[in-house]
Design a protein. Structure first.
Length: 190
């Protein structure tokens, strides 16, 4: 039972004090679950992130569900997911009750401007950590740089193209290289 309570409280703390959605939470989830509590490894966190991004639903909830399942099976997954979701629900419910006047309060508007900057930094921090832990094989680095360039161009030119298209294209390129390398008996070089 103490594992379930710890999962719930840990993810409730993450859900309460992290603004900016799942990407902003990744850095904090990794800090707490990998570095502090050692519930999962860095490699597992990378895999969780990729899988959570590829499956339906918010990335933070998918991460919490995986970590909870690893620590406490189905019940652990439930408590971790509940922990990360409840604070957001309560905060949004409270704000919605007073929404009209909420953002008109000057110090709240300024606080949200500061939060936007902090969220960007948290997302950048999570990305840099993932890149730093990535195995530096030529194909992976090439896909990373090409994807970054394409996404940057899409944003700069204001092209309406989903990042999902870039992700799927990257996956297809990787699979194609894998098939070609496998045919030549060079699987490890990818």
């Amino acid at each position: 039972m103490s594992v379930l309570i710890e999962l719930f409280l840990t993810f409730a703390r993450i859900g309460t004090f992290t603004f900016g959605g799942g990407y902003a939470m990744l850095s904090i989830i990794e800090n707490i679950c990998v570095e502090q509590k050692k519930w999962i490894t860095h490699d597992e966190m990378m895999n969780i992130t990729v899988i959570a991004e590829s499956t339906p639903g918010p990335i933070a909830i998918n991460c919490a569900t995986y970590v909870g399942y690893k620590r406490g099976k189905l019940t652990g997954a439930f408590f971790a997911t509940l922990g990360v979701a409840i604070p957001s629900f309560i905060i949004i419910f409270a704000i919605s009750m007073f929404l009209e006047g909420f953002l008109e309060i000057v110090w709240i508007a300024h606080a949200f401007m500061g939060i936007k900057i902090a969220v960007g930094i948290l997302i950048l921090d999570a990305a840099l950590k993932m890149i730093g832990k990535m195995k530096k094989k030529p194909l992976q680095v090439g896909i990373l740089l090409a994807s970054f360039a394409v996404i940057t161009l899409i944003n700069m030119l204001k092209i309406h193209l989903s990042s999902i298209v870039v992700m799927l294209t990257s996956a297809l390129v990787s699979v194609a290289f894998f098939i070609v390398q496998k045919g030549h008996g060079k699987e490890e070089q990818i």
